[in-house]
Each structure stands twice: as C-alpha cells, then as structure tokens.
Design a protein around this ligand. Structure first.
Ligand SMILES: [Ca+2]
Length: 386
C-alpha cells in the first residue's frame, strides 16, 4: 500500500466499534448461483464484510472513471453531522468528501444478479480449490509459519483456517481490490441503488462503514484518497471492512501499527482475533458427514433453521439424518448444511458451531465450505512437502 492505513495502535482505543452487519448483497451471501453463496437469514448475519463472490469485479478501469460526487445539501449536512459526532475536523471531512467519486460500476455490483443462475457448490468449489491457490497457500504457510503458530497458540484458531480464509479472500494478497475505498463507500452511502431489495438497511450499513473509514484515516493520518480495496469497501489481505478493522484488527508483528495491507503477520493475528471474537471453539470440528434417506429424512424440519446449529445429535438422528463415528460423540448443536449443485444432487454436511463461526466472516455456507476445503488441501500439500 502506498501510504497505507497503518494505524497507530494507541489510536484504536478511541474508535467506537460499529456493529453494523454487512449484508451480503453480492455474490457471496445472497442469491446464490454458480459461484454464488447461500442465502442466510438476517438474524444470522454478522460482522465482517461483504465479499467478492460476485466474481470480484476487476476494477482497474471502472474504479477511476466515476464522476465527482455532487456536493448536495444532503452530503454537506451529512458531513457536518459526522464531523460533530466523531469529532473530526469538518474542513478535512468536507474536503475529503469533495474528492470522492460516484462509481456507477459499484452501484451495479452491489445489486443481486437479475437472473441468478442455479447455485452450484461444485462450480464454486472449483474456483477456490485449485492448484494455484493451494500452492500459494503452502508458500504462505511456510513463509509465515511462526506467526501462524503463534496465532493458533494465542487465539486457539487453527493455522489452517487462517490460511484458508486469506487464500479465499485475496489469494494471499494478490487480489485485494482496486477500487478507491472512499469512492466505493461514498457511492454506496449517497447513491445506493433503490432497486436493491434491502436498500434502506444496506445504505445505512455502508454509511456506517464510510464513517469508520473516515475515522480510521483521520486518526492514523493515512490518505483516504489512496486506499484501495473491494467495490464494497473491504481492505487488505483479509478484506476487513472499516468497522471490522477498527474492532478486530491487531498489531501482531509488534511494530506499533496495524497494517492489513503490507503486514501478513498483522493480517494473520487479525483473522485469528476475529474468530476468537466470534466464539471459535478450539478443537471442535467444523462439520461431519451425514447420510440422508429420501422419503424418511425430515428435510423440511432439518433445513428450517438454515445454517444455525440447532439440533442435538439425538434430535438430528431421530429426524433421519444419520451420523457415524466421532459425530455421535459431538456435544454441541448441529445444522444440516445444504449445498446445491445446479442440476445435480445437493451435497450435505452436519455443520457445527465452528462451521457457523466461519459464516460470521462471510455469510455463506458455500464460502465457509470453500475455506474449510482449501484449508484441508493446503494442509495436505504441506504434509507432502515435509
Ligand atoms: Ca503491525
């Protein structure tokens, strides 16, 4: 990152954490179609950020061609209110906003696909569980082994999961997005498309993220005009939204700054801290195999809670979802996770609370499964190399 959003650690304590939930408008969480993720219920949504299941739009050209954001009475009043509430310099804020651009491409990307194709786990999986990403994951693991081991020790989050997340998110920093975050978040704050089915709540979410972004840059002295990321405002190796950065990012390399762009160690610690905050349970598997019997398994009942772990093992089994081996000894609740495969038969697993925890990073069971399988594939690759 050129100038970077490296934050002074001390400054972080001043941030009021925002708990707005990123709704997955896009690709990953919502209407899912081929590489698209599953839909989750609103109450299950949480923190992190919208991600890029919508085939991460290549922003190289579109990101720089927006028109200046008009300085309307609305934007001026907003800036005044934000400056007051967050105790930001009103002149700096107005000046920054006056340089934001409205990006029509961002307005398009945030909309659900108008003609969603059928959800397809096999196609989604193929995008992420492939040799280039697996090899890059093994190199990342070898290079950052000590930070990954320390994160696992201190936060109880497996190194493999952290490797899986950063691999699916950005291919280990190779695809961190090329939209100016200021433009993306200003567009989604002041020109959120009304055609979106949840335009009011989504606009409010992005407005909160724009506020956090301005607060982060103001406090850190980073230039808000140079920071780039996804069309929805996610930044750095782990694609943290500004509110997640403020709340969960940590200085894991101990240099006194938090830098999720250029410090893989900070990114590793921050991902681990995120999962610890979302109740990752050390040692618990993410899922178990499950066998269903057409005509006997009570599918409607088992799928009703969606990905929220709800059923005890006994209840799960009594409804016709057969488990075996270690799954029968599992003590927490389970969810029946359904992954559609287009025209082919769906895939099913029994998801635990740790499967659910991964969906707090990105609200999609397809996303979670891709992270899990990439983590497993890179782990196997590491064992081969040993
Ligand atoms: Ca650092």
């Amino acid at each position: 990152m050129p100038i970077g959003l490296a934050l002074l650690v001390g400054a972080l304590t001043a941030f009021a954490p925002i708990t707005a939930l990123p709704a997955q408008d896009s690709p990953k969480r919502q209407a899912a179609s081929s590489p698209q993720p599953a839909k989750v219920k609103p109450q299950q949504r949480h923190q992190n950020k919208p991600s890029k299941a919508k085939a991460a739009p290549s922003a190289k050209k579109t990101a720089v061609t927006g028109a200046p954001l008009e300085s309307s009475a609305q934007t001026r009043a907003w800036a005044q209110d934000v400056a007051q509430r967050l105790q930001l310099d009103p002149i700096w804020l107005q000046n920054t906003l006056s340089q934001a651009k409205r990006l029509p491409s961002v307005e398009r990307f945030i909309l659900p696909l108008s003609s969603p194709t059928a959800k397809n786990w096999a196609a989604y999986r193929a995008r992420f569980i492939e040799p280039i990403r697996i090899q890059a994951g093994a190199r990342f693991w070898q290079t950052h082994r000590s930070a990954l081991e320390r994160a696992e020790r201190e936060y109880g989050v497996p190194a493999s999961l952290i490797v899986g997340i950063i691999g699916v998110e950005t291919l280990y920093g190779q695809n961190t997005g090329n939209f100016r975050i200021l433009d993306a978040l200003a567009t989604l704050t002041f020109h959120f498309p009304s055609a979106h089915p949840r335009s009011v709540s989504r606009q409010a979410f992005f407005q909160g993220e724009l506020e956090q972004f301005l607060l982060l840059t103001s406090r850190s002295g980073a230039d808000p005009l140079t920071i780039r990321g996804s069309y929805a405002g996610a930044m750095g190796l782990p694609q943290f939204m500004p509110s997640s950065w403020a709340k969960f990012a940590v200085d894991f390399d101990g240099d006194g700054r938090i830098d999720l762009f250029d410090s893989p160690t900070d990114a590793i610690g921050s991902v681990a801290n995120y999962f610890k905050a979302f109740d990752w349970r050390p040692g618990m598997p993410t899922h178990y195999p499950v066998s269903l019997t057409p005509g006997q398994t009570r599918m409607d009942s088992l799928l009703a809670p969606d990905i929220l772990p709800t059923f005890s093992v006994a209840n799960f089994v009594s409804q016709g979802a057969a488990l075996a081996g270690a799954a029968l000894q599992h003590t927490g609740p389970l969810a029946l996770i359904e992954l559609l495969n287009g025209p082919d038969a769906p895939s099913y697993v029994a998801g635990t609370e740790n499967f659910y925890a991964i969906t707090r990073y990105n609200w999609s069971s397809y996303y979670a499964m891709a992270v899990i399988e990439l983590a497993e594939a890179v782990t196997r690759e590491m064992q081969i190399k040993r």
